[in-house]
Ligand binder design. Structure first.
Ligand code: KG4
Ligand code: ZN
Length: 354
C-alpha cells in the first residue's frame, strides 16, 4: 500500500509518500518534503494564521509534485490520500483537506481525514514498528499529553496540561530571554553553552501530584522574574545558564509526570512495555537523554523518532492514513475540517480543546 500524505495545520507545508509492506512491519518513507514558513512568521514572533493559510495555498501543489518526483512515481502509483483534517489553524487545514479531496475525487482514490495528533502518535510504528499498547508522551507547541495508545483510533488520555503546552513554554521563555523564534531549538543551543546549569532556582511544576497533568505557565513567570532581575546588564552567558536551568526544571517535571504515568500504565496495560515520545519538543536531546534514563530504570523500552519525523511533517500523516485505510477506515469527501479534535473521546466530552 502506498499513500500520499499532506500536512498544512500550522506553519509547515508538507507532502510525503509512505509505503507499508506488511501489517506489523515498520513503513518505508519514499519521499518527505517539508517547506518551513519560519521566515514568513519570524517578524511577528509567532505564527500568523492568515499568512500561513496563504503560504500553504501558494506552495502545496508544487510540494506534492516534488514528493511524487522524489518517490519516482506519478499519482497512478498511489493507493490513497491522507491529509491533516485537524486540530490546527483552520485556514491551513482547509487548504490541505480540499487539495486531498480534489485528488481523491479525480483519481477515485480513498481519502483519510487524519488527526494531526494521531500522526505524531503513530510515527513510532512507521519508524520502529512499535506494537500496541504503548505509552505516549506527546510534547509539541500546542499539546502536552500522556496517552495510552491501545490501537489505531483508540486513545486513553492519562494527563494533559492545565495551561501552556511545553513547546509553548520553550517559545515564550525564549522570547522573554531575547533568544528569538522559534524558541525550542534556540533554548537547547543556549543551554548547551551554559557554564553553570543549576545557577537559577526554578519551580518544578506539578511535581509529586497523584495525577499525570502538566503545568508550565508558572515556570514562564519565574523565567520572566529572573530576566527582570538580571536587567539590562544581562550577558549572553547569563541567558545560557538560565536556558540550562529551564531545561532542568522542564526535565524534572516531565520525568516526574512520566514516572507517574508509567505506574498507571503498568497497572492497566500490563502487556505494554514501551514509552514513545513524539511532537516537536521530542527533538530536544537534553530531554531525550533524561527520558532514556528513566525508561532504563523502569524497564520500559524507549522509542523516539528521528528528529525530522518529530517536528511537523507529512510522512507521519501519510502513515496514520495508511494505518486507517488498511483497516477500512475511509472518510467521506464531505468530512468537515476540525479546528479542535481531541484524540480521546472521553476527554472531548469533558470539554478538552484538542
Ligand atoms: O510538533 P511541532 O512541530 O508543531 C506542533 O504541532 O506544535 O512542535 C513545534 C514545537 C515548538 O514549540 C518548538 O519550539 C518546539 O516544538 N521544539 C523544540 C525543539 N524543536 C522544536 N522544543 C525544545 N527543543 C527543541 N530542540
Ligand atoms: Zn505537531
Amino acid at each position: 500500500m502506498i499513500i500520499l500524505g499532506i500536512e498544512t495545520s500550522c506553519d509547515e507545508t508538507a507532502a510525503a509518500i509512505v509505503a507499508a509492506d506488511g501489517d506489523e512491519a515498520p513503513g518505508r518513507v519514499l519521499s518527505n518534503v517539508v517547506l518551513s514558513q519560519l521566515d514568513d512568521h519570524r517578524p511577528y514572533g509567532g505564527v500568523v494564521p492568515e499568512i500561513a493559510a496563504r503560504a500553504h495555498l501558494q506552495h502545496l501543489d508544487r510540494l506534492i509534485r516534488q514528493a511524487l518526483d522524489d518517490a519516482g512515481m506519478g499519482l497512478d502509483g498511489i493507493d490513497g490520500i491522507a491529509a491533516t483534517a485537524g486540530p490546527g489553524l483552520i485556514g491551513g487545514v482547509m487548504v490541505g483537506v480540499m487539495t486531498a479531496k480534489a485528488i481523491a475525487a479525480v483519481r477515485n482514490l480513498p481519502f483519510a481525514a487524519v488527526n494531526h495528533l494521531e500522526g505524531h502518535a503513530l510515527t513510532a510504528r512507521l519508524t520502529n514498528g512499535v506494537a500496541f499498547p504503548f505509552l505516549l508522551l506527546l510534547v509539541s507547541g500546542g499539546h502536552c499529553q500522556l496517552l495510552a495508545v491501545e490501537g489505531v483510533g483508540r486513545y486513553r488520555r492519562l494527563g494533559t496540561t492545565i495551561d501552556d503546552a511545553v513547546g509553548e513554554a520553550f517559545d515564550k521563555a525564549a522570547k522573554l530571554m531575547g533568544l528569538g523564534y522559534p524558541g525550542g531549538p534556540l533554548m537547547e543551543q543556549a543551554a548547551g553553552r551554559a557554564t553553570d546549569p543549576s545557577r537559577f532556582p526554578l519551580p518544578v511544576p506539578m511535581k509529586g501530584r497523584p495525577d499525570c497533568d502538566f503545568s508550565f505557565s508558572g515556570l514562564k513567570t519565574a523565567v520572566r522574574r529572573h530576566v527582570e532581575l538580571l536587567g539590562d546588564g544581562a550577558s549572553a552567558a547569563d541567558m545560557e545558564d538560565l536556558a540550562a536551568s529551564f531545561h532542568i526544571a522542564v526535565g524534572d517535571s516531565l520525568i516526574d509526570r512520566c514516572d507517574r504515568a508509567m505506574k498507571l500504565f503498568r497497572e492497566q496495560w500490563p502487556e505494554g512495555r514501551t514509552l514513545v515520545v513524539a511532537g516537536g519538543v521530542a527533538a530536544n536531546q537534553i530531554l531525550r537523554a533524561r527520558l532514556t534514563k528513566l525508561c532504563a530504570k523502569r524497564k520500559f523500552d524507549f522509542v523516539a523518532p528521528p528528529l525530522k519525523l518529530c517536528t511537523d511533517n507529512a510522512a507521519m500523516i501519510a502513515w496514520a492514513g495508511l494505518e486507517r485505510l488498511r483497516l477500512g477506515l475511509v472518510d467521506g469527501l464531505d468530512f468537515a475540517p476540525r479546528p479542535r479534535w481531541p484524540l480521546d473521546p472521553a476527554a472531548a466530552k469533558a470539554g478538552a480543546k484538542a
